[in-house]
Design a protein around this ligand. Sequence first.
Ligand code: DLL
Length: 423
Amino acid sequence: MPRDDIRKLQYRLLKTLVYRLYSFSPFYHDRMRAAGVHPDDIRTLGDIRRLPFMVKNDLRDNYPDRIFVAGQEDLVRYHVSSGTTGKPTVVGYTQNDLNNWTASLARGLSSCGLGRGDVLQVSYGYGLFTGGLGLHYGAERIGTTVLPTSVGNTERQIELMQDLHTTAIACTPSYLLHIGEVAEKMGISIKNDTNLRIGILGAEPWSETMKTRIEEWLGIKAYNIYGTSELSGPMFCECTEQKGFHVWADLAYVEILDPGSGEQLPPGEQGEMVITMLQKEALPMIRFRIGDITSYDDEVCGCGRTHPRVHRISGRVDDMLIIRGINVFPSQIEYALMAIPEVGQHFMIEVDRKGALDDMLVKVEVRKEAFSDKITDLMAIRKNVEHRLRNTLNVAVNVELVDPGSLPRFEGKAKRVIDRRKI
Ligand code: DLL
């Protein structure tokens, strides 16, 4: 659809949504009144800026379903977020909500080349987490054969991958690293001994250098998929151009804002992503401040799609570490480490306070091949890692090289930061 027509469609959908919520939802009605905005004030798409933000705490404060706009008899599914950073949030879905969610995944999976004849191993968790069921129904919709392995039981996953000729896998990047290692221990090379050619990877930040490593090591194309439970679950996926994920413009309106001033930023500038879901029924989300930092571009994609593209997420506002006054994202550390050939795929960040000073230690696995008996070789690698990290982060950090295989592995989202200042 041409961009102008997209904007017209988005405006129509926004206007309908705002009227519906003002009329039927006490929560949104009160919010809009408090912000001094009436649906009649929304005269252009740009007027979306007049609407108040929503944050995750709005869902927590109204736990479990007080701001749902549909009654329970109209709901066909619940998902519940893990609540690692507080009370869990509950998301309800009407049949239309599920249809739109499934459609967005069907589009995403076909845009990265999946279809009939493919076997997609869904190794995201099935259940309250949205990853498993979301990918499952999206893939079925386009005629792809689903192998619903869920997470865990990794050796069995690898056997099934071989026996059923899996061509694509959907899981977190950190779980795929683990699968690759376990396969090697079983004497199986994912690149040479399986049919795997596509990874649908997301649910956690991962850097461009990690992507290159995964692609080279496993012989696959690694596509980024993004979403949050509040938006429905995994929603937006990269196309074969791999230049960012397409945000389906008939379902969502994306803004990138300066986190301080709340002003909209132009294409290419990093800021906080804010999303309005234009067609959700049970739990509408207007200007949801997700907390993820990224940028967007509005070039028409090489694949021909006119949906805007959002770049790789550099981190969450609340994942940002402040080390001696400098802002550090764990993904910057990953980016620097994965560019060093002697470094393995796994690392842990430990932050402490020594006296008045923040102290950051990065534990880094060294590759088996780089391990030597000579202490001088290891010292040289450590110096190089420290140097690269200091250049990337603009702050000095301590580095400890550890044995291959000694750091924790993850089946779902990785937890690579221990911040003892918060304990
Ligand atoms: O993680 C939904 C999902 C499932 C996405 C499977 C992709 C694949 P939540 O558990 O609600 O939902 O967590 C959402 O995870 O705000 C981001 O901080 C992070 N996240 C998700 N995808 C990516 C990604 C699912 N591709 C939170 N890159 C989001 C970076 C991501 N961070």
